[in-house]
Structure formats: structure tokens, C-alpha cells
Write a protein that binds this ligand. Structure first.
Ligand code: AMP
Length: 128
């Protein structure tokens, strides 16, 4: 079910639980700002999620309320993950769903990193 992209933050969401170590993930990277792990339902040969360690519902919330250091640290981590996955030379796509119309499912801001094959058009055409 899509979730609203605006607060309040729900501390029981699945990514908050992964951050607290309450449920497992297939971790690919971690630093002080971010955790990255394989998506449970991959849409490409490489499909990794990168999440900030701070509690933000969505990109809109993250952009509006995270500190400049947190935002820079997080997006630096996204780039590091893609590089460490070997995706810089072939290329990759990053994507963040925000709110109902984008079908955001988990109310903790995250960036999808897709790669490992040619990724086709940015959106399905025609839209389903
Ligand atoms: P979004 O629609 O942008 O909110 O995407 C949420 C993503 O989280 C989906 O691609 C799901 O497959 C993924 N997901 C949900 N639960 C888990 C989990 N426990 N571990 C890894 N990925 C998950």
C-alpha cells in the first residue's frame, strides 16, 4: 500500500526495524550516515536500497529537515555504494518514490540503486 510522504514518522516501519537490527537484511554497505542492503524483491540484477540512519518519512521530509551534513553524507554514501558495486562504468539509475502518486511503500526515506543491465526508459510507456 502506498504511504503518505509526510509525517509523522512511524518508528515501527520495516526500515526502522532493520536499522535497529530487529530484522535481518542483506547488507552491502554501512557508514555513520547510511545503511545499504539488497531489495527483497529485486527489479534489476542489482537492486540495492540506501537508507539514512536518521528518521525521515520521505525525500520531502529529508530535504526539509535533515542537516546539511546528513544530506551530504547520505548522498555521498549512495555514490559510494554504486561505485563499490562496480556500476560507475556501465551506469546505473537511482530513484526515490515520494508519497502516494509515486507508490512509496515504506515510510522511511530510501534511494533505490538499479544496475546490472540496460535499464530502458525512465518510466514504463504507456504507464500501467
Ligand atoms: P518504495 O515503493 O520506494 O517504498 O520501495 C520499497 C522497497 O522496499 C520495495 O522495493 C520492497 O521490495 C522493499 N522492501 C520491503 N521490505 C523489505 C525488506 N525487509 N528488505 C529489503 N527490501 C524490502
Amino acid at each position: 500500500m502506498p504511504v503518505p510522504g509526510l509525517g509523522p514518522y512511524d518508528d515501527a516501519n520495516i526500515f526502522a526495524r532493520i536499522l535497529r537490527g530487529e530484522i535481518p537484511c542483506r547488507k552491502v554497505y554501512e557508514d555513520e550516515h547510511a545503511l545499504a542492503f539488497h531489495d527483497i524483491n529485486p527489479q534489476a540484477p542489482i537492486h540495492v536500497l540506501v537508507i539514512p540512519k536518521t528518521p525521515h518519512v520521505s525525500f520531502a521530509d529529508f530535504a526539509a529537515t535533515a542537516s546539511a551534513e546528513t544530506v551530504a553524507g547520505f548522498f555521498g554514501a549512495v555514490a559510494t555504494v554504486a561505485r563499490e558495486l562496480g556500476l560507475e562504468q556501465p551506469g546505473y539509475r537511482i530513484l526515490a518514490n515520494m508519497g502516494h502518486d509515486a507508490h512509496q511503500e515504506v515510510p522511511h526515506f530510501h534511494v533505490h540503486v538499479f544496475g546490472g543491465r540496460k535499464l530502458g526508459p525512465m518510466l514504463p510507456n504507456p504507464l500501467p
